[in-house]
Design a binder for this molecule. Structure first.
Ligand code: C2E
Ligand code: MG
Ligand code: MG
Length: 575
């Protein structure tokens, strides 16, 4: 009898243990996001576990019921899902797929794991189903951003350059095929912007951009280059697909004012410059630059017109402006000055470093912005002597500060594409560092993505060399149009500078926030440091800090200042 009692007690205890275990499994599964399907192949039975009802309003008990899941997902993913649910048929142990749940419009991922017995035969299978809608949305946003300008919906610069290069390549393979590039610039946009305010100014840029998008047809593409400048490329112009025809359409449109959302009406005129392959130039970047040069010409001769590139324009421009000489003289006469803008860690607001920004003091005593003269200096090569001066001056200043204040920080220097392309660049930089006894790790070189478009391999090799020496590399203006994410991964970089255009709209635009959060997520995963540029408002700083941005640069914490004025800031922070 006692034997029986004992066995009963044992059974009870085992039962209780099993119930507890089952309770525990259920709770764990319910606490985990998503739902699970458990297949027992031996018993031909399926159990649903976890938050199954979150996704489906029916039960699945056997293989035949799986049909209902297949019916619930969008047709495009059905076949792949069916295949994925049975990885053992392909002798695989795991598989996964993402499908759209039709009625709920949510994306689900199905991850399947097969378990085998000692004989290696599949015995059980677990499918984990999770809601991946947010993740999908973020990847689509990132993909969109890789090709389009978020303000106008037109192609972004990098994508445009690539498509234009394809037009040129196709044209080079067919006899007598022309590719026209027309740059369109809104006249006196600065004044309009000042009058309307930045937000309405952006809206005007957006409305005009959307109008240009309407002009695109097969073999006509448009891009928002920057600020108020657009570019249209036409493959094999003819009939209704010529610069004149498009210009006529633009004139018809701008005869009427643009009506902005605050009720204001704005009239604009535009200056248009055209450069054509093969006559003007043979590469995409050159064509865009020459079209821009023609726009300068149109502006100089009274605006509101269209002009075509011809050789005299180039030489006229060079002669009349005589920029190369002027710039060289400016170097010799020390007409340039360096300003430095501080960068602070978002967490403790301590100084992280400064960015060196060049200024040109004109004869009249005005400060000419680098945005105006750097592109010209890049066109005619004057950037090389200027860039050398910038490197030497910034490193010299850094060495001085290091001695004076003692605290280490990073000196960020902007380097243009042409400088990286010179074979002696690495040697030159190391020479300067040696001369002033500055460690490579105290210097950061900023590059923009345009540097990489032409010659990715050579530039990236040079960057690797610099980095091997300990120099930090930073990718500037990030987000204004990277070609692809995989591109990024191949770059030897330490820091990513998020462009001001994101910071500008971060408080008002949900899409920007989604993109920014996923960028920062990615930056963290890749182990880079993130710097936000152009932070002007306390709320922008608070938000950026909250979503994990490491470093803040912007007027909120400090404008670019000449060395002696910045010293006062340093002294203040030390006392
Ligand atoms: P960048 O490298 O992206 O520099 C940041 C620009 O944003 C600077 O303009 C800076 O003054 C401005 N900025 C910073 N914080 C704020 C803010 O809170 N609000 C606003 N509105 N602006 C802010 P800057 O100095 O006019 O320089 C323009 C561009 O010219 C630079 O963009 C860089 O690409 C180029 N550049 C400047 N110095 C050099 C140089 O020495 N060499 C080369 N190659 N390029 C340079
Ligand atoms: Mg920069
Ligand atoms: Mg920048």
């Amino acid at each position: 009898m006692s034997e029986l009692h004992y066995q009963l007690d044992l059974l009870k205890a085992m039962n209780q243990k099993l119930t507890e275990k089952e309770r525990m499994y259920r709770m764990v599964c319910e606490a985990a996001p998503g739902a699970f399907l458990y297949f027992s192949m031996e018993q031909n039975r399926i159990t649903t576990i976890g938050n199954w009802r979150e996704f489906f309003d029916f039960d699945v008990r056997e293989n035949a019921d799986l049909e209902r899941i297949l019916e619930a997902v969008d047709e495009s993913g059905r076949e792949k899902l069916l295949e994925t649910l049975y990885p053992e048929r392909r002798e695989e142990k795991a598989a996964s797929v993402e499908c759209l749940l039709k009625e709920r419009r949510i994306w689900l991922s199905f991850e399947v794991q097969v378990f085998c017995g000692e004989d290696g035969k599949p015995t059980e299978k677990v499918v984990h189903i999770a809601n991946v809608t947010k993740h999908r949305y973020q990847s689509e946003e990132l993909l969109y951003m890789a090709y389009y300008d978020s303000l106008t919906g037109l192609y972004n610069r990098n994508c445009y350059v690539r498509l234009l290069s394809e037009y040129i390549r196709d044209a080079s393979e067919t006899a007598n095929t022309v590719v026209s590039v027309m740059n369109i610039d809104i006249d006196e946009f600065n004044k309009i912007n000042d009058r309307l305010g930045i937000i309405m100014g952006d809206e005007l840029v957006q409305q005009f951009g959307m109008f240009l998008k309407g002009l695109c047809t097969e073999k006509v593409i448009a891009c928002h280059l920057h600020s108020d400048v657009y570019s249209i490329a036409i493959y094999d112009p003819g009939g209704n697909r010529t610069p004149e025809y498009l210009y006529k359409k633009i004139l018809e449109r701008i005869r009427a004012p643009f009506r902005l959302s605050n009720g204001q009406e704005v009239n604009i005129t535009v200056s248009v410059g055209v450069a054509e392959y093969p006559e003007a130039a043979r590469t995409a970047l050159e064509l865009i630059n020459y079209a821009e040069l023609v726009v300068f010409r149109v502006k100089a001769s009274g605006r509101n017109a269209i002009q075509y590139f011809d050789a005299p324009i180039l030489s006229d421009f060079m002669n009349s402006v005589d920029l190369e000489d002027k710039l060289k003289r400016a170097v010799a006469q020390k007409d340039f000055v360096m300003y430095y803008q501080p960068q602070y860690y978002a967490g403790n607001r301590r100084l992280r470093g400064v960015e060196a920004l060049i200024r040109w003091r004109s004869k009249e005593g005005d400060m000419v912005s680098p945005g105006t003269f750097i592109p010209v200096a890049e066109k005619n090569g004057a950037i090389v002597p200027i860039g050398k001066w910038v490197v030497e001056e910034s490193v010299r200043q850094y060495a001085l500060w290091r001695r004076q204040f003692g605290f280490p920080f990073v000196m960020s220097i902007n380097i243009s594409a042409l400088q990286y392309k010179r074979e002696d660049f690495v040697e030159f930089l190391m020479g300067v560092l040696d001369k002033y006894q500055v460690r490579p790790s105290e210097i950061e070189l900023e590059i923009t993505e345009s540097v990489l478009i032409d010659d990715f391999t050579a530039v990236s090799e040079r960057l690797k060399l610099l980095r091997a020496q300990g120099v930090r590399i930073s990718l500037d203006d990030f987000g204004t149009g990277f070609s692809s994410l995989s591109y990024l991964m191949k770059l030897p970089i330490d820091t990513l500078k998020i462009d001001k255009s994101f910071v500008d709209t971060v408080l008002t635009d949900t899409a920007t926030r989604v993109i920014l959060e996923s960028i920062l997520h990615m930056v963290k995963a890749l182990g880079y440091e993130s710097v936000a540029e152009g932070v002007e408002k306390e709320q922008q700083y608070q938000y950026l800090h909250a979503i994990g941005c490491d470093v803040i640069q912007g007027y909120l914490f400090g404008k670019p200042l000449p060395a002696d004025e910045l010293e006062k800031v340093f002294e203040g922070s030390l006392s």
